[in-house]
Design a protein around this ligand. Structure first.
Ligand code: DLL
Length: 436
């Protein structure tokens, strides 16, 4: 099912819509958002300079630092009483990036999510189990309203409590699963451990996955566990852009269609900022069209991908983006949560008992990401007292959880025991790729 006619428009018509909306967005942002106006003035670009889509290149980029510098709501274009929702995702330091929505923004968001749900095979008659954490993360409420909008029955089971999830799946006859791909694999294995074969004893036939990447080996594993006829698709989004609903894979499984009438993608060289020719790999930059609360022009996502303009067999004419193959910055995605090493450093810096040396190790255990942080003590006498050591580990863990919204294992180690670097310190070891 194709949800909106805009998904199949001839390219010229699509570009006409984009241009009209870009002109309006440039005018709106210049008028309403002071930090933008200042940046545009500095770059000597005015809203009326937009005559063709190519003119977008004249605009300055927006980055995560603009969120940091204008925390919490300095990039918003509407007064607080026009907002009806806010969400948040990790910022580079202790403070998150706050994103907001007006009533119209929510409508647009919901429709965009309905589109990607239909791309992945949702029908409007599905029984949905939604295993994203409900809260400030955009994933849960985004998918929730998008799926309700097409007529699906949504069970907001949220994350965790795997045995109960499996019980609901069995008793309620769940047919569509929304989760991170790693949690979907974990769920299947736990079900098998409980004597339930997902292939024959459960009715889940569609998996809408996102928030983190799903590699092809993971998709293969998905079929092994959930069955050959299981349709597992990837969905891309980002809180700053709205949340999920930016792009989704159709059942041809050849890249994620971008909802181009609302999002203009560009690929740039992240070193030079130059726009790269169509088909080349680089950093994805997105301009949001028509957003009221948080319009964004040329937002640097940090995600590395490639755009594919060749026609897709599904009938949609929108451009597709390849699976994300990395980041242009040091952000980690751990259990679909964005983690900047600088956030961890900021927490550790507040703890007087520990020194400046630490190591972050990210790995996979039972398909799920695990993060361990090794930190050097200043005084090794603490190692002699198990109780004091454990209490300190617990304290750091609690502080990290409150900043990262994520559980990490904290291991306190003896002074001078961590590796020292002569050049730039390599504090992060990501072992997840080796596990595939
Ligand atoms: O993860 C929005 C979302 C929720 C999309 C649920 C799809 C489904 P943030 O928490 O702001 O938003 O994280 C955004 O997560 O810049 C990517 O690095 C990563 N990411 C999201 N989806 C994918 C994906 C949501 N399908 C950041 N593949 C992005 C790879 C993904 N990375």
């Amino acid at each position: 099912m194709i949800w909106a006619k805009e998904e199949t428009l001839p390219r010229e018509q699509l570009e006409e819509i984009q241009l009209a909306r870009l002109k309006e967005t440039a005018r709106y942002i210049y008028e309403k958002v002071r930090p933008y106006r200042e940046k545009m003035d500095e770059a000597h670009v005015r809203p009326e300079d937009v005559r063709t889509l190519e003119d977008l290149r004249r605009f300055p980029f927006t980055t995560k630092y603009d969120f940091q510098n204008n925390y919490p709501m300095g990039l918003f274009a509407v007064p607080r009483d026009q907002l009806v929702r806010v969400h948040a995702s990790s910022g580079t330091t202790g403070k998150p990036k706050i994103v907001g929505y007006t009533r119209n923004d929510l409508k647009m968001w919901t429709n965009n999510v309905s589109r990607i749900a239909c791309m992945g095979g949702a029908t409007g008659h599905d029984i949905v189990q939604l295993c994203f954490g409900y809260g400030m993360f955009t994933g849960a409420l985004g998918l929730h309203y998008g799926l309700e909008n097409i007529g699906d029955l949504v069970m907001p089971t949220s994350s965790g409590n795997t045995k109960r999830q499996i019980m609901y799946m069995q008793d309620m006859g769940t047919t569509l699963l929304v989760a991170t791909p790693s949690y979907a694999l974990y769920l299947a294995e736990q079900a098998i451990g409980m004597g339930i074969d997902p292939k024959t004893d459960l009715q889940v036939k569609i998996g809408l996955f996102g928030g983190e990447g799903m590699t092809e080996p993971m998709r293969k594993e998905m079929h092994r566990l959930w069955g050959d006829d299981f349709m597992a698709t990837q969905n891309y989004g980002m809180s700053e852009l709205c949340g999920p609903g930016v792009a989704g894979e159709c059942q041809e499984l050849c890249g994620m269609h971008i909802n181009e009438d609302w999002f203009i993608p560009e690929i740039i060289d992240s070193e030079t900022g130059e726009v790269l020719p169509a088909g080349e790999k680089g950093e994805l930059v997105v301009t949001c069209l028509g957003k009221e609360a948080l319009p964004l022009i040329r937002y640097r996502t940090g995600d590395i991908t490639r755009l594919m303009y060749e026609p897709c067999k599904c009938g949609r004419t929108t451009v597709r983006m390849e699976n994300i193959s990395g980041r242009s910055d040091d952000m980690l995605v751990v259990r679909a949560t964005n983690v900047f090493p600088s956030q961890i450093e900021a927490v550790l810096g507040q703890v007087p008992e520990i020194g400046p040396h630490y190591e972050i190790i990210v790995d996979k255990k039972n398909h799920m990401d695990v993060m361990e942080i090794k930190v050097e003590l200043i005084d090794d006498r603490l190692l002699d007292s198990y109780g004091a050591l454990e209490a300190l580990e617990r304290r750091i863990r609690t502080q990290l959880r409150s900043v990262l919204s994520l559980d990490a294992v904290v291991k306190l180690v003896a002074p001078n025991s961590l590796k020292r670097f002569e050049g730039k310190a390599r504090r992060v070891t990501d072992l997840r790729k080796d596990r595939e």
